[in-house]
Ligand binder design. Structure first.
Ligand code: FAD
Length: 375
């Protein structure tokens, strides 16, 4: 039984680890070069909040300790008003629960290394899927030395929100998709360490709520912070000069300005990312081609649950294979039946949390309500 996974991101690499444990022969096809030797792309979500849902998936294959070794637990939100004192809002009443800031690159590398260390997994980098016959399991990849045709018994699309596998299934008329783009974009900025120390409290997820927009910051193991601006899509273009950028941040994010020496360079050169929710129906075809993770159900990042949710997918697909005696034809529809309701729920919650983070967290009424909930 040969399984092809398209995409060696977080979902594809974790899935390869799980399928290798089942004794399957797996080939991961990734359009990018090996991230363990290539340099990271500028401005692409450097860190992630991984919660218990994601950790559970890592724990089951013994990778939790490796990943957690460099994690920074964040026990609450730190609210930064334009003026006035910071406000720390603990995530749990007891204060012992946290979400963990983890490097996306380090996590992906750890998963890739674990996948290749498990027998039966091969990774083909610089292979971009460009054609798929979902009934026959035939694929064509664009590689640096031309096009390559391969076949597999099972093809799993773990190739992210803009999935080429999903695109091919759409072209074949097998799936329907609905992509709701948010009228907001995101841009990353950095706050470096000051004299080797964190410039902000590393035990919190920092939020600058500004009504219709916001900025957040998560700590990194090198004691820097990665900030992400979430602004209405067109508004990034309004600031085009160093003077305008510094003036704007001085007015709206005054405590950040002295901590971000590369602000102007980051702002002018880091890309603006798009945000959206992907709804796909169904997630599988012919019992041999399936979608998983963002390829099936990408969500907006405001609950910090996209990767966590994708990791839960992998655990559930593995469970479905257990429950069907390893029959992909039965496991793929079962996986969809069990996961769809959950992924739709988190998609809605993620959209709602944007309003909470950019606006409600700054309100005294919200703070009082949370205190009552905790008692
Ligand atoms: P991706 O990470 O997109 O990986 C897909 C892989 O497929 C990539 O390696 C890509 O190169 C490859 N690929 C694509 N097309 C092809 C092709 N044609 N052929 C071969 N390979 C291909 N989630 C959290 O849980 N916590 C967070 O805090 C969090 N923060 C986020 C912040 C931002 C700004 C954003 C945008 C997202 C955030 N997410 C977060 C969501 C998380 O990044 C995604 O849910 C997660 O990356 C999904 O993993 P994936 O492997 O399914 O897709």
């Amino acid at each position: 039984m040969k399984v092809a996974i398209v995409g060696a991101g977080l979902t594809g690499s974790l899935l390869a680890c799980y399928l290798a444990k089942r004794g399957l022969t797996v080939t991961l096809y990734e359009r990018r070069p090996d991230p363990r030797v290539a340099t990271a792309e500028r401005g692409r979500s450097i860190n992630l909040a991984i919660s218990e849902r994601g950790l559970d998936a890592l724990r089951r294959i013994g990778l939790d300790a490796t990943v957690m070794a460099d994690a920074l637990p964040m026990k609450g939100r730190m609210i930064h008003p334009v003026a006035g004192a910071l406000d720390f809002q603990q995530y749990s009443a007891s204060g012992d629960r946290a979400i963990n800031s983890i490097s996306r690159g380090a996590l992906n590398n750890a998963l890739l290394t674990a996948a290749t260390a498990a027998g039966g997994v091969t990774v083909e980098f610089e292979h971009r899927l460009c054609e798929l016959d979902s009934a026959a399991g035939r694929m064509v990849f664009q590689t640096p030395s031309g096009k390559v045709s391969v076949a597999a018994d099972v093809v799993l699309g773990a190739d992210g929100a803009g999935s080429a596998v999903r695109e091919q299934l759409l072209t074949e008329g097998i799936v329907a998709e609905d992509v709701d783009f948010l009228d907001y974009g995101y841009k990353e900025l950095s706050i470096p360490a000051v004299d080797g120390e964190f410039a902000l409290d590393p035990g919190a997820l920092h939020i600058w709520p500004r009504g219709t927009s916001m900025m957040i910051a998560l700590p990194n193991p090198d004691r820097s912070f990665t900030c992400t601006l979430f602004w209405p899509a067109g508004s990034f273009d309004a600031l085009t000069t160093a003077e305008a950028i510094i003036g704007y941040f001085g007015e709206h994010y005054p405590d950040v300005l002295p901590l971000a020496p590369d602000l102007v360079d980051d702002y002018l050169h880091n890309p603006v990312g798009v945000l959206g929710t992907v709804h796909t129906l169904p997630w599988q075809a012919h019992g041999r081609t399936g979608l998983i993770g963002d390829a099936a159900h990408a969500i907006v990042p405001f609950y910090g649950q996209g990767a966590n949710c994708a990791f839960e997918d992998v655990v559930e697909l593995d469970r479905c294979l257990d429950d069907t005696g390893g029959s992909w034809a039965r496991a793929l529809p079962l996986f969809e039946a069990r996961r769809r309701e959950n992924t739709e729920a988190i998609a809605d919650m993620a959209l709602n949390n944007f309003i909470e983070m950019r606006d409600k967290v700054a309100s005294p009424v919200f703070r009082l309500t949370k205190q009552v909930e905790h008692t």
